[in-house]
Design a protein around this ligand. Structure first.
Ligand SMILES: *[C@@H]1O[C@H](CO)[C@@H](O)[C@H](O)[C@H]1NC(C)=O
Ligand SMILES: *[C@@H]1O[C@H](CO)[C@@H](O)[C@H](O)[C@H]1NC(C)=O
Ligand SMILES: *[C@@H]1O[C@H](CO)[C@@H](O)[C@H](O)[C@H]1NC(C)=O
Ligand SMILES: *[C@@H]1O[C@H](CO)[C@@H](O)[C@H](O)[C@H]1NC(C)=O
Ligand SMILES: [Cu+2]
Length: 673
């Protein structure tokens, strides 16, 4: 034992960014290192005069101060097929409130359904750490017959690209019955989150909070408290497993049945009159006169943006996707899957209970779906459990709160002086300096990406090759594409086993190099890859290629980087496709180049019949997924891989990192099959 510990101490002095695994050189078996740290939680190692100690993950949730020792935060998660309102909830269904609070009871919308859970919770266990801590999560997959991976949304994995959690890009899927250790440094401060990146597990329950507190927040003087109980994770929920939109289980339509706030909501169906009232709602407690930092995570899987309002309370936005912004006060905050917004709420109203309401809008307007939680000023003599069953009924759908000052209303223009509407692109970054170089230089490469959902008819679906599609309803089938290509996963993780890329031209495609048999007028199915040089200044011009006005738009998410938004708007109406593209190609300038300090984000919506331009420095070598954040759009191909740098410029995964691929041997015999 002593000998290993000594090796550890010596090894730490040697750490070089290229061959190290979180500070431990690769010559030390990473597994061994972690085992030492885990087995003996009082074991310490010295790292540049600092102590790093392993803590049970929950103990990392603390106030963060500059210069304090960072921690290794250890979690063990078990993934299981489980049920909402199942046996663990006993008589919750029949009005026994105490049973609803059993630690393994997931109430969700109050309706029993199959789901997948992490440690029998939904959302999964929260991760709240300080910047510089190391997050270690052992994931044991106990889901019969289903693999999984977890993506850490907002973490750029600069030192550990193989921890990004994308199956067949950065790791092998975690097979049932096996476990995988995620381990990475929390270098990206802000409100981040995690979710499954495999199949449709996220929509069935695999999602949770990952907050990285920053001891040096520029907006810190705007709030008195930054508490983990004020993190608000919004998600959508259905009456049964979302696999019903995988072909085979015909469904009347793709639908959001409930909206959950921190995993709690109440199913209600106006048509049938069914209304759940026996499950608890989430309560956020505040004290009169205090200012609180709230952290909102928009964790939807389906196509509805969420509209958040808090009765009689304004929200002052101070951060989005982890990047600090200049304070911006709003009454209504609209967000789309993958985005995060932090806001300050001042408890300045007469003490009482106030409704927090989240409405599914856009395509969901017709579904009239809303979720509720409670903002309570009650003093500590009233238990939270009691407050979770409000005595008053929530406001009716037909009595909406006024919009007031609104962020991200998708039917209005951005950048209009003097009106109440702003969009994410209008927020002003509030970080140490304005990155003039990124804002003002000419990009080294501009990539145009058109996103679209194709309505696939039988002549397209039922001929070779077999293709993935989603069944929205009856015979209405769809396929997601980017630049007319529907993404097919490689058969091995590109980052981990790049030596298996024998011929780039057959392995990958893009819209100038399409595989045989597909052309501009046919959808292509292949591993869509765009490559940029390491350190290039990259501009993505993202646009909606749907040629119709609809309440519908795609949330764009880039892995491994954050970007600035330099322009956003609508394409010329009544223009042909070619003219729209030409408009984008000619639109070189940056709106408000001198005064505006564009916000940093990692997720942004592409307006319907509109566009958004984003820029970033490609300084994180690796294979990074670029995709629409709706589960079905990604699941049916609306994504691609951005290769940053050559494979020899990428960090190498640890030697014992899992590897996988096709198995097959040469057949001796006549002909080709
Ligand atoms: C754990 O570490 C402490 C301090 O290094 C040591 O005294 C103790 O014996 C160790 N315990 C085990 C079980 O190795
Ligand atoms: C596990 O859950 C998923 C998603 O809800 C479902 O599709 C699958 O059939 C379940 N598996 C088992 C063995 O119950
Ligand atoms: C997609 O295909 C259509 C024809 O079906 C073509 O007009 C359009 O230019 C293509 N778009 C892209 C981005 O390649
Ligand atoms: C498109 O694919 C070809 C062939 O693999 C490649 O040479 C080219 O660089 C790709 N274009 C981009 C922008 O990545
Ligand atoms: Cu989409």
């Amino acid at each position: 034992m002593w000998k290993i510990a000594a090796t550890l101490l010596i090894a730490l002095d040697w750490c070089s960014p290229i061959d190290s695994f979180y500070g431990f050189p690769l010559i030390t078996e990473p597994k061994e290192v972690w085992n030492i740290l885990k087995e003996n939680s009082s074991a310490t190692s010295r790292k540049r005069d600092q102590e790093t100690r392993v803590y049970p993950g929950e103990e990392c949730d603390r106030q963060c101060t500059v210069g304090e020792p960072s921690r290794v935060c250890y979690f063990h998660w078990v993934l299981e097929n489980y049920s909402a309102m199942g046996s663990a909830c006993w008589d919750c269904l029949r009005g026994n409130r105490a049973h609803c609070f059993h630690s393994q009871c997931i109430t969700a919308s109050g309706m029993e359904r199959a789901m997948v859970a992490i440690n029998r919770k939904m959302p999964g266990p929260p991760i709240v750490v300080c910047r510089g801590d190391t997050i270690v999560v052992d994931v044991s997959n106990e889901m019969e017959g289903m693999s999984n991976t977890i993506h850490w949304h907002g973490f750029h994995q600069v030192e550990s690209p193989w921890m990004d959690g994308v199956p067949m890009l950065t790791q092998c899927p975690i097979a049932p019955g096996t476990s995988f250790r995620y381990s990475f440094r929390a270098d990206d401060p802000g409100t981040q989150w995690y979710h499954s990146h495999s199949g449709y597990h996220m929509a069935n329950g695999h999602l949770g909070v990952a907050v990285v507190r920053n001891p040096l927040d520029v907006n810190a003087d705007l709030y008195d408290y930054d508490l983990s109980e004020h993190v608000m994770l919004l998600s959508d929920w259905t009456l049964d497993s979302v696999e019903r939109w995988v072909p085979g289980q015909q469904s009347t339509q793709m639908k959001v049945d409930s909206i959950l706030i921190n995993g709690r909501g109440r199913y209600s169906n106006e048509a049938t009159g069914d209304k759940v009232d026996y499950v608890p709602l989430t309560v956020f407690r505040v004290e009169h006169g205090k200012r609180y930092r709230f952290r909102l995570i928009s964790g939807g899987s389906q196509y509805c943006p969420f509209q958040l309002q808090i009765e009689k309370h304004q929200k002052t936005i101070i951060s989005t996707d982890g990047g600090a912004v200049k304070p911006h006060a709003v009454d209504t905050l609209i967000s789309i899957s993958g985005e995060r917004y932090d806001f300050v709420l001042t408890a300045n109203q007469p003490p009482g209970n106030y409704w927090i309401r989240v409405r599914g809008i856009g395509f969901c307007n017709i579904q009239r779906v809303e979720g509720f939680a409670i903002l309570s000023y009650a003093d500590s003599s009233v238990s939270t459990e009691k407050l979770m069953f409000p005595e008053q009924a929530p406001p009716l759908y037909d009595s909406p709160y006024p919009l007031g000052r609104t962020l991200n209303h998708h039917m209005t223009e951005c950048y209009t002086e003097g009106d109440d509407f702003a969009c994410a692109a209008d927020l002003e970054s509030h970080e140490v300096h304005r990155d003039r170089e990124l804002i003002e230089s000419k990009p080294d490469v501009r990539l145009f990406l058109g996103f679209k959902v194709i309505e696939a008819d039988n002549s397209m679906l039922f001929k070779p090759p077999y293709t993935k599609f989603a069944t929205v309803r009856n015979k209405f089938n769809t396929i997601g594409v980017a630049n007319n290509i529907s993404f097919i996963s490689p058969s091995f993780p590109l980052l981990v086993q790049p030596e298996l890329i024998v011929d780039e031209n057959t392995q990958f495609c893009n819209n100038t190099h399409l595989p045989a048999g597909c052309d501009q007028s046919h959808t292509c199915y292949c591993t869509h890859r765009l490559q940029v040089r390491y350190n290039d200044l990259v501009e993505f011009v993202l646009y909606d290629t749907a040629f119709e006005k609809q309440d519908f738009y795609h949330p764009f998410h880039l892995h491994g980087h954050r970007f600035i938004i330099t322009d956003m708007g609508k394409l010329p109406v009544e223009a042909t496709k070619t003219r729209r593209l030409k408009f984008l190609q000619e639109r070189e300038f940056i709106r408000r180049p001198n005064s505006h300090n564009p916000p940093y984000k990692d997720t942004i919506s592409i307006p319907n019949e509109g566009y958004v331009k984003v820029r970033f420095r490609a300084n994180n070598a690796g294979f990074w997924l670029v995709h629409c954040h709706f589960e079905w759009h990604l699941g049916t191909g609306m994504g691609l891989v951005l290769q940053v740098g050559e494979t020899h410029q990428m960090l190498k995964a640890p030697r014992d990192f899992p590897r996988c691929g096709n198995y097959g041997t040469e057949l001796q015999g006549p002909g080709n099959f």
